[in-house]
Design a protein around this ligand. Structure first.
Ligand SMILES: *Cc1c(COP(=O)(O)O)cnc(C)c1O
Length: 367
């Protein structure tokens, strides 16, 4: 069986360094908000070309606490609108509704899966305050165009970078385009911890400090609580694991690109629609997502041939029970078509080229 993602094999590549880092934290006697976190935050901010990065407990909190911080800073109010693509993972929408903001779900570009500037422009109302582009599957949204719109209408931009660590468009990195970028280090992400973790990148110091305070019981100063905050911190152990893995991120991205390019060159079955790459050099290929009108048959056929695939995502957020009757939205036929046709192929950086070629041959043999 070719697994969708072999996390054991991925982390085994760094096993000695991870164990050493783990021992260092155990022996230090300091487990939260210490040197490991500072080092990782500093390195990650440098990697993303931002002035700050603030570690939090997970990617959902990175999104939620950024919007919350803008509320505390008086930039957002209950009922303000946030434009986001309808085909995203539910976390992007949960962060909006959790803050009593209104998600305005729009159709994405069918070929890139990301926001279309023209569609965003049409969705703007007097209540619009934020654009939340989700860099789905590892490809950056058209940020230059989106930032022009944001400047024109004085909107905040929060990038959901959970799938796009290190992605570049027009020479600029994910998380450095908007006013803030929210990252997840869920174990299966391109930069994955050995548990939950997340971070916000920004070059706005006030925002960085407010997010830090909100994630630490609303406290800037010990035992003095400015906000009704939450507990959302990035542990020393996870920061140490991430520091080890950050050093290897660009190598992992190169391996993913090689697999993606082999798929793009090799898959020739006319029943398959390949993902469209707008800027080849910048895509980090968190997922390789093909489309097929016979998606369910194809996935069963591949499983019978020993190839595991996953659907990202089978149900759109607006069709989830959690939101049934709770968010208003226009008709979203394109989004629903995407959810019915997408299929993610294995793109594990440790996969052998023989496995990749076997997957290509098998797909080309599908009728
Ligand atoms: C994974 C993911 C998140 C949430 O990250 P967690 O660390 O699991 O909370 C948010 N948005 C997108 C697009 C994701 O893929």
């Amino acid at each position: 069986m070719i697994p969708f993602l072999n996390l054991k094999k991925i982390n085994a590549q760094y096993s000695d360094d991870l164990k050493e880092a783990c021992s260092r934290v155990i022996d230090s006697g300091w487990y939260l908000m210490g040197q490991e976190l500072k080092t990782f935050e500093n390195d990650f901010a440098n990697y993303c070309d931002t002035d700050f990065s603030v570690g939090v407990a997970n990617g959902l909190d990175a999104l939620t606490l950024t919007l919350r911080a803008w509320k505390e800073l008086g930039k957002l109010n209950d009922g303000d609108e946030v434009i986001v693509q309808a085909n995203t993972y539910i976390a992007s929408v949960l962060a909006i509704t959790e803050n009593n903001l209104i998600p305005v779900l729009v159709e994405a570009n069918e070929l890139t899966f990301n926001l279309c500037p023209e569609v965003v422009r049409k969705a703007i109302t007097r209540k619009t305050k934020v654009i939340l582009p989700v860099h789905l599957y590892g490809q950056l949204s058209p940020m230059a165009e989106l930032m022009v719109i944001a400047d024109e209408y004085n909107l905040l931009v929060l990038e959901d970078c959970a799938q796009a660590h290190g992605a570049i468009i027009d020479g600029k990195k994910a998380g450095s385009w908007g006013h803030a970028g929210a990252f997840s280090f869920y174990p299966g992400k391109n930069l994955g911890a050995l548990g939950d973790a997340g971070a916000v990148t920004t070059s706005n110091e006030v925002l960085a400090k407010t997010i830090r305070a909100l994630g630490n019981y609303g406290s800037y100063k010990r035992y003095e609580n400015t906000y009704q905050g939450v507990n959302s911190r990035l542990d020393e152990i996870q920061a140490a694991m991430l520091s080890v893995k950050l050093k290897h991120l660009s190598g992992q991205i190169t391996a993913r690109r090689k697999i993606a390019n082999t798929y793009l060159d090799g898959i020739s079955n006319p029943a398959i629609i390949l993902p469209k790459v707008e800027k080849q050099e910048g895509h980090v290929w968190h997922l390789f997502v093909i489309k097929s009108f016979k998606r369910n048959e194809l996935s069963r056929y591949l499983l019978d041939a020993g190839i595991e695939t996953i659907i990202h995502y089978p149900i759109a957020p607006h069709n989830q029970d959690a939101y049934s009757g709770k968010i208003s939205h226009a008709e979203l036929p394109l989004t629903e078509k995407l959810h019915d046709t997408v299929l993610s192929l294995p793109i594990d950086p440790t996969m052998s080229i023989d496995d990749v070629n076997y997957i290509i041959e098998t797909i080309n043999g599908f009728e």
